[in-house]
Design a protein around this ligand. Structure first.
Ligand code: SF4
Ligand code: F3S
Length: 106
């Protein structure tokens, strides 16, 4: 499965949503997640993210491992998103900033 990681937080560009053939993205206030049971591992979303936030679970950086469980957990409670929308207003300022994990809103 593919996993959305920390770099998405406070950016939420949503380019990923547009290419997903099975619409398995779920949206929170400032972050998206992928439903691990619905993702078909096509890999289309990974190169689309301007923040490089999406990884295959197999290639996940070690410091992002906690996002496996976070994606699974939040995909069960957040609503589905199937169309691209405007990124968060200050997305470009937050893009690539470290230490965003504690800023994740639920
Ligand atoms: Fe959707 Fe494919 Fe990305 Fe999985 S890998 S979330 S199926 S675009
Ligand atoms: Fe987030 Fe990247 Fe998608 S910033 S919303 S994972 S395009």
């Amino acid at each position: 499965t593919y996993v959305v990681t920390e770099n998405c937080i406070k950016c939420k560009y949503t380019d990923c949503v547009d290419v997903c053939p099975v619409d398995c993205f779920y949206e929170g206030p400032n972050f998206l997640v992928i439903h691990p049971d619905e993702c078909i591992d096509c890999g289309l979303c990974e190169p689309e993210c301007p923040a490089d936030a999406i990884f295959s679970e197999d290639d996940l950086p070690k410091d992002q491992l906690a996002f496996v469980d976070l994606n699974a957990e939040l995909a069960e409670v957040w609503p589905n998103i199937s169309a691209q929308k405007e990124p968060l207003a200050d997305a470009d300022e937050w893009k690539g900033k470290p230490g965003k994990r504690d800023l994740l809103e639920r």
